[in-house]
Design a protein around this ligand. Structure first.
Ligand code: NAD
Length: 295
């Protein structure tokens, strides 16, 4: 069984690394945070004090970091310490430009690379049920599939380098827009005297059906597991949704794609975060829509 170096053991990376250990891999983990290292150590990860130490004897390296600048800094260091041929996988959600630069760094070093962002949140990371959307060479993907299967349920090859990142950015733009659409419908329904349950019962089996409604309903009641039932504790924080919407807007600007609803969703989540609610679940945007109807 191979040895995996894992860099970035935060809310997502920590449980992902723990699932690799459960699947029988030897995992050598590094993070800048002592707390994250301690937690990972309790879950069977061999924690080390540097990237250099983490990659020693590793067959492949996984990074799970906050944003593009962190990934590029770490990959720059990785290519100076791993032998050429070592597979590099980035699971972070990052901008397209950084994703392409990361692939270029690996290629110049003679290492295969995959971008493999995830969907499913911290719950999916803990349960090992993440969806991986993967970009890179098909043969490299096939060789790495078992590693993804130890951490996720659905593993999708999206195309060449950075196609996984593109899929993630497009998917989350749909999610941000659809959550606002569902929130607006509930707020309008309230003004019209419609109960939440009645609107849910109709829309969940009609043409308004979508994940934001049926799995993540932004009002308490119809879907007992949704964050609305626990004061909008995340879940998926509004600040992270804003981050992903900003990635979509950067990509739209670069490519000239028209995304007027993506732009509006980004502006609304920006306002929500500016008002101090970035750490609430992203479905809590309904509270701003309700309080400031028409504003
Ligand atoms: P996090 O902030 O909890 O974890 C990131 C970790 O990276 C931190 O522990 C930090 O100390 C570490 N780190 C930063 N720079 C480092 C460096 N140079 N060397 C070593 N470690 C370093 O973030 P997270 O919630 O785990 O998210 C990670 C990525 O996954 C992000 O790109 C995020 O957008 C994406 N994502 C998150 C979720 C979610 O629900 N949290 C869902 C899907 C995707």
């Amino acid at each position: 069984m191979s040895t995996i170096a894992f860099v970035g053991l935060g809310h997502m990376g920590g449980p992902m690394a723990a699932n690799l250990v459960k699947a029988g891999y030897a995992v050598r983990g590094f993070d800048l945070s002592a707390d994250s290292l301690d937690l990972a150590g309790n879950n069977g990860v061999t924690t080390v004090a540097s990237i250099d130490e983490a990659v020693s004897g590793a067959d492949l390296v996984i990074t799970m970091l906050p944003a593009g600048k962190h990934v590029l800094a770490v990959w720059q260091e990785l290519v100076s310490v791993v032998p050429p041929g070592t597979l590099l996988i980035d699971c972070s959600t990052i901008d397209m430009d950084s994703a392409r630069k990361a692939h270029a760094l690996a290629e110049a070093h003679g290492s295969p690379a995959l971008d493999a962002p995830v969907s499913g949140g911290t719950g999916g990371a803990a349960a090992g049920t993440l969806t991986f959307m993967v970009g890179g060479d098909a043969a490299v993907f096939a060789g790495a599939k078992a590693v993804f299967e130890a951490m996720g349920k659905r593993i999708i090859h999206c195309g060449d380098a950075s196609a996984g990142q593109a899929a993630k950015i497009c998917n989350n733009m749909i999610l941000g827009i659809s959550m606002i659409a569902v929130g607006e419908a509930f707020v309008l329904g309230e003004r019209l005297g419609l109960t939440h349950q009645a609107l849910f019962d109709v829309a969940s089996v009609s043409s308004g059906q979508c994940w934001s409604l049926t799995t993540y309903c932004p009002v308490p009641g119809p879907v007992p597991t949704s964050p609305a039932n626990r004061e909008y504790e995340p879940g998926f924080a509004a600040a992270l949704m804003l981050k992903d919407l900003m990635l979509s807007q950067a990509a739209a600007k670069d490519t000239g794609a028209a995304t007027p609803l993506g732009a509006k969703a980004a502006a609304l989540y920006q306002r929500f975060a500016d008002e101090g609610f970035g750490d609430k679940d992203f479905s809590a945007i309904i509270t701003m829509l309700r309080d400031k109807a028409g504003a």
